[in-house]
Design a protein around this ligand. Structure first.
Ligand SMILES: [Zn+2]
Length: 258
């Protein structure tokens, strides 16, 4: 028998995404996938794209609407990806996580081995139809400048476009939130599409009055982060015994496990 005649069955995990409600079956990572992901640490600008590519390669069952990588990144939101990463983690490493946490009382670091499925893990699903959320938009008025933003749930293609301009301008976290969420700007009843003109939009954002700056952030926090995967775990500090609530970030957790 030859090596290439060996048929390997990979462990897999089924997950329904929290925002677009798409159902996927994901196979575990291979050694090659892991090598690719590790190399992404060298260039953080490429990390998101590499992660997307690997994630897409691990899909063994997907909705029929999604027939290419380009289609997938345009129909998958950030929170959907979090759900898929959870699924990929589960298929690859099982249900056990090692999390570390700095105690809020005594500042000492403890680490815990936890099983996620038993407690603390929840998925809050968007209450309407499949892919409906992609059509949803919100109007946010910036009261000082009297400009309106039309914002949408950010998809992975939006993120890839933003990362492309990162070579030309320094995109800080402050700017990222505008670039990911804002679809167009309304001024004097005229709508200006900004998603295909990101470099100019960056310059525009910088001219906005400071008083308007926090509005977008607050709107997103209050309205757009309801449907998501969430994992919280209560643990007693190993030094002082105080109870801490730990939020597990799947992306960080995922890269730590490689
Ligand atoms: Zn403590």
């Amino acid at each position: 028998m030859l090596l290439d005649e060996i048929v390997i069955t990979y462990p897999n995990y089924e997950i329904k995404t929290c925002q677009t409600l798409a159902e996927y079956s994901l196979r575990s990572l291979t050694v090659n996938d892991e090598l690719n992901l590790k190399s992404s640490a060298i260039n953080p600008n490429n990390a998101a794209k590499l992660l997307n590519k690997v994630l897409y390669n691990c899909i063994i069952k997907k909705p029929e609407e999604i027939d290419s990588y380009e289609k997938w990144i345009s129909m998958t939101t950030f929170q959907d990806r979090q759900a898929m990463i959870y699924g990929l983690y589960h298929a690859t490493y099982g249900d056990e996580y090692t999390v570390s946490n700095v105690c809020s009382e005594c500042d000492k670091l403890s680490s815990y081995k936890i099983k996620l499925s038993s407690k603390g893990f929840t998925i809050d699903y968007y209450p309407k139809d499949k892919f409906e959320i992609l059509k949803e938009s919100f109007e946010v008025l910036l009261p000082v400048s009297n400009i309106k933003f039309i914002i949408k749930y950010p998809t992975l293609d939006k993120e890839e476009n933003v990362l492309k301009i990162n070579d030309n301008v320094n995109i800080t976290d402050d700017l990222e939130i505008y670039l990911f969420y804002v679809d167009s700007v309304i001024y004097n009843n005229e709508t200006i599409d900004v998603k295909n003109d990101l470099l100019n939009f960056v310059n525009f954002i910088k001219t906005l009055p400071s008083g308007d700056k926090k509005i977008l952030n607050k709107f997103i926090m209050d309205n757009m982060l309801k449907y998501k995967v969430e994992a919280t775990y209560k643990a007693n500090c190993k030094s002082c015994g105080a109870t801490n609530t730990i939020n597990i970030d799947f992306v960080t957790q995922f890269f730590r496990s490689l």
